[in-house]
Design a protein around this ligand. Sequence first.
Ligand code: NDP
Length: 452
Amino acid sequence: MSFDVDLFVIGGGSGGVRAARIAASEGKARVALAEEYRMGGTCVIRGCVPKKLMVYASAFPGQIADARAYGWHVVAGGFDWPQFRTALETELDRLERAYRGGLTTAGVTIHDCRATVVDPHTVQLATGETVTTKHILIATGGAPFVPDVPGADLALTSNDIFKLDALPSSILIVGGGYIASEFACVLNGLGVRVTQYYRGAQILRGFDDEARGHVADAMRASGIDIHCGTDVLRMDRAADGIRVEATNGTDRTFGAVLYATGRRPNSAGLGLEPLGVAFGRQGEIVVDGHSQTAVPSIYAVGDVTDRISLTPVAIREGHAFADTVFKGTPRMADHDLVASAVFTQPELGTIGLTEEAARAQEPIEVYVASFRPMQTLFAGRGDRALFKLVVSQASRKVLGCHIVGPGAGEMIQMVAIAIKMGATKEDFDRTCAVHPTIAEELVTMKNPVRRG
Ligand code: NDP
């Protein structure tokens, strides 16, 4: 049977774009891709990239204060949000063009509209056109989830932050995960009074307990008003903002409320249900190790599959899919030992097992260094960095590494190579330090602080 194309990709984010490009350029396939919003997806348009640029913007007040301590006569002045937002838009436009250019150079046909699946080999475009295809790749990502509390429609999500006309004078951030904690720090740095409500006992659940405690303490010290064990009961519009009743008995008004209470896979309404594609409890598309769904011609990669919702993972899943289906080199994306960073201030970089998870698995040794880095100590700041290695007593392998401090995201990328190679504590020890750096702590921790 002949088809219009070999591959139709639905979704122009990290995973879909990589798969389309590799299938078309290296796999010599005829490829079409549909994107209903802007090319680049969550990461480029309303996630990692604009967030990281906001992280940079928000760090300047601290850096300017430090510069004064180093003898510079500088004053911060005010932050011009509209100027920043315009520059941000320009940068996102550039990136979007680059993504589009990469696809067209590879020979991918782009459809700027929504696409849905009609049958295992047919896609329907919002323009009314249908396209027949040998394979379909669903790479539609995820979307912010806001729980059903009274007044939920008054809340912003991370999608809205980059488009605000003006920054509010105060904000309540609900949630304790990556997005809530990162935006708490960003907005605090930009001069917004930030309160954070998190329903659990400590923010950043799932990360190493000591590391997340360290981050939470530093966030509080920087002025963020974190309330754990607290959730919103209801919200109403008030003359001066949004009135929030909370489970801790308070009734407060904030300039804005941001819900960062997780994301859900964008899988509904694509026409997949009647075809026999299987879904998980959160709506994630169930796939095997090759990203294949229960319908053999339909594959899915990235956040819509809710495996590890990180851009580099989606890219690898998309690439592995294209290698497998179009290049005759079958392989699975590797989901083991994926490092990540939370861009709070201070940053948290992490790979492997937390101390708690490792201890549940086997006897371990824990090495910890907590100290005030030279650069900020000189400026009179009390910030502490934390380095932690979790080591197997039996194999001596480093099972986990957790870093809190400036550059933690950059450092964990390097540590990840060693840990992925199976480095032991003794391999770290025989590596000579680079002095004076804060990263040298990784190779100078001599005695375990805990065993067992
Ligand atoms: P997370 O899953 O990290 O955090 C969601 C938070 O919302 C948790 O604190 C959770 O609480 C809380 N929550 C969930 N449901 C409710 C509810 N009904 N009421 C109150 N609180 C609730 O999701 P994020 O949205 O922060 O991020 C989504 C994903 O995006 C991340 O998992 C990550 O994979 C990715 N991401 C990665 C980044 C990076 O690499 N730097 C940055 C941003 C996002 P509880 O802990 O109790 O479940």
